[in-house]
Design a protein around this ligand. Structure first.
Ligand SMILES: Nc1ncnc2c1ncn2[C@@H]1O[C@H](COP(=O)(O)OP(=O)(O)OP(=O)(O)O)[C@@H](O)[C@H]1O
Ligand SMILES: [Mg+2]
Length: 319
């Protein structure tokens, strides 16, 4: 579900650059994340995504350029930025020797939740949500990777930050837990209007959760836009998938005879036709009519959109 967001910017980066010796990991990146938006950061390994997040969260300083988060300059107001941001890093730095509860309590207090009662009820609520409640007295060192990941996410949101930076939150999680995290992100965004920067390699997550996304490659922005806009960079002819109850040569010829049809192919499954057309709206009813006239039965007709993956691969390769 994608919703409208306000146009106030929660994050702004202007010419953000990070060099490590001779390597430019992030190269003059400029972008804006609107308040309430889920903004995806996509790109191949080593593209500079984590480095960008680390600069925005004031964990490292840029070599060049500037950024503001929640209206605060990351170089001048890093304390303020840290207060309003929740961050899940690639390698969550939890205290292995402390218990689950002690870790949460430590970070909650560090984030300014000074009332002990309030802190304990917030922690209880989060441990419940992440199904870690029965592990609360166990040392973090004994948790599985996925459990640590969940605890790290719980820690990132313990102080109810309005802005969240999540670096690959579903990595290492089982399908059910990963879905739980996706639902959580959706809820934080839709119901609670948080602004979320989501770094992910899972394009289906990006497509489902992000209002807009940016692809970075070699530290540079390749494109910023909605999933729809990214997909539209694939300029192939429109395709229809026609699922039939039965197939014969007469039906195929009848579809070929439609004015707007350019090509007809039988899909692996013998009763599906993949039809290349020049105009989806004009072709669809005519295709159905001709199939029926040829004695066929149509179960469904759907346009096939290029996938976000196809667009991503093309855009990254073009660089
Ligand atoms: N502290 C560091 N010192 C030197 N080089 C670094 C450092 N941190 C990152 N880099 C380099 O910067 C580049 C970008 O790394 P970064 O971790 O930002 O990539 P990423 O897009 O997050 O990749 P991935 O998808 O694998 O997580 C890489 O070439 C990496 O080796
Ligand atoms: Mg990374």
């Amino acid at each position: 579900m994608v919703r409208k967001v306000s146009i106030v910017s929660a994050v702004q980066a202007a010419g953000l650059t990070k060099r490590f010796g001779s390597l430019t990991a992030v190269d003059h990146l400029s972008f804006e994340i609107r308040e309430g938006e889920v903004f995806g950061l996509l790109g191949p390994n080593g593209a500079g995504k984590t480095t960008t997040i680390r600069m925005l969260a004031c964990l490292i300083s840029p070599s060049e350029g500037s950024a503001s988060v929640g209206g605060y300059d990351t170089s001048k107001d890093s304390l303020k930025v840290r207060e309003i941001v929740g961050i899940l890093t690639e390698n969550p730095s939890l205290y292995e020797k402390l218990t689950v509860y002690e870790n949460m309590d430590f970070f909650a207090e560090a984030y300014g939740l000074s009332d002990a009662q309030e802190r304990s009820s917030r922690i209880r609520e989060l441990l419940e949500f992440f199904r870690l409640r029965d592990r609360k007295n166990e040392k973090v060192a004994k948790l599985s990777k996925g459990m640590k990941q969940k605890l790290a996410i719980a820690r990132a949101i313990v102080h109810n930050p309005p802005i969240l930076f999540l670096d690959e939150p579903t990595t290492g999680l089982d399908p059910e837990s990963a879905k739980g995290i996706r639902d959580l992100i959706e809820g934080l965004s839709a119901q609670e209007k948080r602004t979320i920067l989501l770094c992910t390699h899972r394009l289906e997550d990006a497509e489902k959760l992000c209002n807009r996304m940016m692809i970075v490659n070699k530290g540079k922005s390749v494109i910023v836009g909605t999933a729809e806009q990214l997909r539209s960079t694939i300029d192939s002819a429109p395709l229809l998938r026609v699922v039939l109850k039965g197939m014969n040569q007469r039906i195929i010829e009848a579809v070929r005879g439609v004015r707007h049809v350019r090509d007809v192919n039988v899909e692996n499954s013998a009763s599906n036709l993949i039809v290349t057309v020049d105009d989806l709206a004009a072709a669809t009813p005519e295709v159905v009519r001709n199939v029926v006239q040829a004695g066929g039965e149509v179960l469904s007709v759907n346009p096939i959109q290029p996938s976000l993956e196809e667009a991503y691969l093309k855009l990254v390769k073009a660089e």
